[in-house]
Design a protein around this ligand. Sequence first.
Ligand code: UDP
Length: 355
Amino acid sequence: MSPRALVTGGAGFIGSHLTDELLHCGWRVRVLDDLSTGRRGNLAHLDGKAGLTFFSGSATDPELVEPLVAESDVVFHLAAAVGVRLVVEQPVRTLSTNIRATELVLEAAARHRVKVLVASTSEVYGKLDVERFAETDDLVLGPTHKSRWSYAASKIIDEHLALAYAREKDLQVSVLRLFNTIGPRQTGQYGMVVPRFVRQALSGAPITVYGDGTQRRSFTWVGDTVHAMIALAQHPGAAGEVFNVGHTKDTSIGELAQMVKRQTHSRSEVRCVPFAEAYDTAGFEDMQRRLPDTTKLRKLIGYRPTLNLPAMLEAIVTYQRAELGREVREGVVRHLQGRTSRGSGVGTIPSSFRG
Ligand code: UDP
């Protein structure tokens, strides 16, 4: 009998890639997604596919979650409020969605003895100032009046809940701290830098580097993240443990802007935008760097990043070019340019896409 997965947030960027790969590996998959940030279109290519069932609803709804968890072998819990922009603009939603949904999933999983993987984030390391973040390092957050930290705080509670269920209820649960996952289907609407830069470059709009561009991130290929998730779900040594999942090299945001410009052959200007202007909130704090120590993951499942950043960007540019073309044909042009704290702004249609 093929294993049964429940993927909460399965219509989102990472969730939809995970769903693809699980089906490819012969799993039966149920997706639960409220389509708040996820998109039905992310799963459209799987319409009618045997082994996949889609449930539209929230992971905070106990009536939905309980039976779906009960009929699964593994729950991949990805449903969460995502993206710095969304978090800064809607901190109530971030806190309640992230904490309630995780508690509900863990409660049901403990009752039915179902294994769980909880997607956490590198954001939990906060302002920790070491070269590489290890799972046992301290987590250093800023003050509560800066709403950015509500995301990390909610994910830290999720992690504590997961580990408490592992210890006290003997639940098989693993936590994955994801580092800046990128790939096709990721949208820039909620602040993520790579799809934003690629869109800006393709449409000839200024590429908006926040701050001075010296901040560094380790951009991680979604395919590698998804493989790590599935391997950990099947490894007995993963239970009760926390893992970093990220690329082993980092890049500055300034360098990223130049790479995107080069790879798209764009004539866009690279423009520095102060954080206060970018996020429209007083005292926004960014993190200067974020590079994972992946020794633990490598030792357990042989994890190694498969693509370098130019190769990832190539796939993303191809995807975004096709999306932009489709949106122009359908008359929905969403350009991500300039000062965008309250939305995406509307720009001109790039000449290459004019009909
Ligand atoms: N960023 C940027 N321009 C944008 C969007 C983001 O310079 O249009 C920066 C952001 O300030 C951060 C980095 O890119 O330093 C990564 O941002 P993202 O929101 O993708 O992920 P984070 O690592 O902050 O969660």
